[in-house]
Design a protein around this ligand. Structure first.
Ligand SMILES: *Cc1c(COP(=O)(O)O)cnc(C)c1O
Length: 426
């Protein structure tokens, strides 16, 4: 809702400077990429599935902050809960117990599988992973981790150490030692990699940044059986898949798997607040009985973020958003497959589950051209951080069929425009 009249014109000019400040003081490389994709814009406001830039242009958000915006932008129930908490007490003094934080832990224990029932709160996905890795070492007294090729778990040191992408790892080396990498989807390779020093296996139910990779059916169940048999902890990273994105509340629910540690973040704050949770079986938190400050953070699980998460969970369950993700995801995938048939020279594969959908192009440059064409038609998407050939479509779970139709129409036009552009070059 831009402010009316002449005052807004002044604001608009000042806002356009923001892009230059960002390029100069924050990230010149990313600013350059945004320029290439035609998104050298400054965002203004957002509502539901839409975002507006400061020039008044409206965009359909089919990226959804990498799966964060399951409820869309500014969901009224989340805003209401956050406003009420803001007026009461946004930050905890930490030497008293915060009601929203305690209630959220109780709620998470209720809605996560098995006996996952103790919660560490952080502020980001990477923090949730850091905590998981530390708790695994502390509990097992073993140093080793097994992670999967193309897995993505964040960029702080521990999380980066289990994110096997040389491009990000090498310039920051040395990393946390003791990490073994195995192919994703291959339970036998994982079993062979487990040794006497292995503390835990960390895996995503569906790889997100790695390019929306769905493992073969039975994989997670097999990994659970193997880790249990070998006495190794299973950390399932649900930072992106959690809270309905894949068509079930948790990605592990597809195989009825109960991990020892589950991480949640992106959608947990209802698209309004940053918050993460590392949810573990009680024996893993034994250490807190005698070392209550063994792992802690000032802001994690603060009352403002906890209020947002409580509202987000209730909306997700009441509106049965996992089922909605499944239905809309099927509709989206079916439409994408028609475009795949029409452009086999550009599209390599369409894959995903629920509203976690990947469109793999035959070439990363074609993907980049299509992302730029889509942006010019008012559709926001992006490629995977670990795989530039794959464009991710992760719209809010509240998306309507008409929005999907609109995105598909724009994608069809974008592919046609890319074809014309490439024919001009050849
Ligand atoms: C995004 C992501 C992370 C990292 O979360 P941040 O909030 O960006 O630190 C970790 N794991 C998975 C599976 C993710 O998708």
């Amino acid at each position: 809702m831009p402010p009316p009249g002449a005052a807004w014109q002044g604001v608009r000019i000042a806002l356009m400077e923001a892009f230059n400040w960002y390029e100069k003081h924050v990230n010149p490389g990313l600013a350059g990429l945004l320029r290439f994709t035609g998104l050298d814009k400054v965002e203004s406001h957002a509502e539901g599935v839409y975002v507006w830039d400061t020039e008044g242009r409206r965009y359909l958000d089919f990226l959804g902050l990498y799966g964060t915006l399951s409820l869309g932008h500014r969901h009224p129930r989340v805003l209401e809960a956050v406003r009420a908490q803001l007026d009461r007490m946004p930050m905890s003094v930490r030497v008293m117990v915060s009601e929203p934080t305690a209630r959220l832990a109780h709620r998470l224990a209720e809605i996560t599988p098995g006996d996952l029932s103790m919660v560490f709160f952080g502020n980001s996905g990477a923090e949730a992973v850091e905590a998981a890795l530390k708790f695994a070492r502390i509990h097992t007294k073993r140093p080793g981790f097994i992670t999967t090729k193309n897995g993505y778990h964040g960029k702080t040191y521990g999380a980066l150490s289990v994110t096997p992408k040389e491009h990000y790892q090498l310039p920051a080396a040395p990393l946390v030692p003791g990490v073994t990498v195995v192919p994703f989807g291959d339970a036998r390779a994982l079993e062979a990699a487990i040794g006497p020093d292995t503390a835990a296996v960390i895996v995503e139910p569906i790889q997100g940044e790695g390019g929306i990779r769905v493992p073969p059916e039975g994989y997670l169940r097999e990994v659970r059986r193997i880790t249990r048999e070998k006495g190794v902890l299973l950390i399932v990273d649900e930072v992106q898949t959690g809270l309905g994105r894949t068509g079930k509340l948790w990605g592990v629910d597809w195989e009825g798997v109960e991990p020892d540690i589950l991480t949640s973040a992106k959608a947990l704050g209802g698209g309004v607040m940053p918050i993460s949770a590392t949810i573990v079986r009680p024996e893993i938190f034994e250490v807190y009985k005698h070392e209550p400050l063994i792992h802690s953070t000032t802001f994690g699980g603060n009352p403002l973020a906890a209020a947002a998460a409580l509202a987000a969970i209730e909306v997700t369950l009441e509106q049965n958003l996992p089922a909605r993700a499944l239905e809309m995801g099927q509709y989206l995938m079916a439409s994408l497959k028609q475009l795949w048939d029409a452009y086999p020279e550009f599209i390599e594969e369409v894959r995903g589950r629920g509203l976690m959908v990947g469109l793999e192009f035959t070439d990363a440059d074609i993907g980049a051209l299509v992302v730029a064409e889509l942006a010019s038609r008012g559709i926001l998407t992006a490629f995977g951080l670990n795989n530039p050939k794959v464009v991710r479509l992760e719209p809010p779970l509240i998306v309507e069929k008409e929005h999907i139709d609109q995105a598909i129409e724009a994608l069809g036009e974008s592919l046609a425009a890319t074809k014309v552009a490439l024919e001009g070059v050849l």
